[in-house]
Structure formats: structure tokens, C-alpha cells
Unconditional design. Sequence first.
Length: 157
Amino acid sequence: MRTRTILTLAGIGLLLGGCASGPKFTPDVAVRSDRATVYIYRPGSFGAAVRPHVVANGVPLAEMQAQGYFVYHAAPGELELTVKTEATSSVTLDVKAGQTYYVKGSVGMGFFVGHPHLVIVSNDVGAKEITECKLVPGTIPTAEEVAKGPPPEPAKK
């Protein structure tokens, strides 16, 4: 009995350990008129230990944490968001200034590691699903930083 209790508590700890821990969702109101608001969120907790980085046009933004979200203020134009483990998933948005976009992330079964998935959802669906998510801690690169492109590869010796 005691072993079962310990294993159950350890399992719960592992599940919750990969979940976002910031404040609950609040709509972003500090957006510039020449930018779009892109919410990237992951409402489920399946595969919580798998936290792939979301990459915008080759530049890492933040981890896609279970039950978490983050906001990216995108410049107008084409925006490709990608996540990768042993599999890759990408979506492309034609971003317009002043608009709001929602990109939903999830993790499915994989061979060695869970496979991440991204999908663009309607504003109605996104606004409803994101309410239970918590802010992923960290600093998100600006649109200007993303426009500079990915960081250079380290020099090989």
C-alpha cells in the first residue's frame, strides 16, 4: 500500500513538473499598432515532460510547455512557427498589423519522444481554450530580433 502511494505521488509530480507555472491567462493589451498579437498555447498536459522550443522564422522564441502560453508580437508578413523533437511540425501565418492569431500546440505519441503538433485555430476557439493556460516564464524575442534571423552557428575547429 505504501509503495503504491509513493508511486502515485511520484507520477503526479512528474506530470505536473512539465506544466507552466506562471499567472493564468490575461489578454495582452500592450501591443503596438504596427504589430500583430500571436498567442501560442498548449492546453493539454499529455506528454508534459516534452517541452519543444517554438521557433519563429529560425529564431527560438520559448518552450511549448503543457498548459502554458506565451505571446509574440509579430511584424506584418510571413511568419513560420516550428516545433521539433524527433518529428517536426510547422504552421505559416500571413500576419497583418493589428490582428490577433492563435496557434495551438499539442504533443502526441512518438517512437522515442512525443511528437509535437502546431495548428492555427480560429480566434473564437483560441480565446476559449487559452483561458486555462498559464504564462510561460521568460523573455520572448522581439520582432526586430526575429527579423535579424537565427543566431550564427558556432565556428568549427
